[in-house]
Design a protein around this ligand. Structure first.
Ligand SMILES: *[C@@H]1O[C@H](CO)[C@@H](O)[C@H](O)[C@H]1NC(C)=O
Length: 275
């Protein structure tokens, strides 16, 4: 079970946006954007810039429809696309699984990091086991003129460097959100996930968040620490922030970690980006 507290805040924010727009305003905006030729639904483009293969995972939000694929193989240097729905707001998350293989005896598929537990390459509505670097996206309804929100989250730890960048006619901020640094290389000993000896023994393949590792209210920003004022950075979250300044390093790290854009036609998700 993956807990990403701020994802729910993004969803609440998009619900508030929807409430503000009356159907008449929506219709006028839709006509305007259609006339301007910027009504196209966004698509997601995935590129594997890593030296190793990844198996992409895709999970739709509770109130969003699934995409055409919920998991797929992506060879080094390969690119593959997924269309977003052509109507309605959409939210979801994407991640890379590593060290995946089908068991020789049972055929069951599993991954050393970010496994989604289905026994298959498709994740079928299931999220990843932490630690995992997550791309989180909330798209406004196509043609609504609303803002998209996107971020890279290390709230559930880190496994693979990743960047999400809008392209194609976006307006507003539209800057890339990324964790390009190799957090595994600077992961403290008590947060490390090390590969089992059969799959290349000893290498750090992922780095837990302090919330993953200790489950305390302080590190998870729950209970008495469940507000932004009560849950500032910790010595652990600061390690993540130093390695990846534009990614969420703990649940309430919104100020430097949430990105917005309107009208982008594509969101490019790159694993192991150069920057
Ligand atoms: C963080 O602080 C705790 C005590 O508050 C300490 O036990 C732990 O070793 C520190 N970890 C790092 C990585 O500095």
């Amino acid at each position: 079970m993956v807990v990403v507290p701020h994802r729910h805040r993004l969803l609440r924010r998009s619900a508030a946006r929807n409430r503000m727009a009356t159907p008449a305003i929506l219709l006028i905006l839709q006509l305007l954007f259609t006339a301007l030729g910027v009504d196209g639904a966004a698509s997601f483009s995935f590129t594997n810039a890593c030296q190793h293969p990844v198996w992409v995972g895709a999970l739709h939000g509770a109130s969003s429809p699934p995409l055409a694929r919920s998991g797929f193989y992506l060879a080094p240097s390969a690119t593959s696309s997924l269309a977003a729905p052509s109507s309605g707001a959409w939210s979801g998350t994407f991640w890379a699984r590593t060290g995946c293989a089908a068991d020789a005896a049972t055929g069951r598929f599993s991954c050393a990091t970010a496994d989604c537990g289905t026994g298959d390459v498709a994740c079928q509505g299931r999220g990843p086991a932490p630690p995992v670097s997550l791309v989180e996206v909330t798209l406004a309804a196509p043609g609504s003129g609303g803002q998209d929100f996107y971020d890279v989250s290390l709230v559930d730890g880190f496994n693979v460097p990743v960047r999400v960048a809008p392209s194609g006619g976006g307006a507003g901020d539209c800057r890339p959100a990324a964790c390009a640094g190799d957090v595994n290389a600077v992961c403290p000993a008590d947060l490390r996930v090390v590969a089992s000896s059969s799959s290349g023994g000893g290498a750090v393949v992922a780095c837990k968040s302090a919330c993953n590792a200790y489950g305390s209210a302080r590190y998870c920003c729950t209970g008495q620490y469940g507000t932004p004022a009560a849950c500032g950075p910790t010595n652990y979250s600061q390690l993540f922030k130093t390695a990846c300044p534009s990614a969420y390093s703990y649940a309430y790290d919104d100020a430097s970690s949430t990105f917005t854009c309107s009208g982008a036609s594509t969101y490019d998700v790159t694993f192991c980006p150069q920057s």
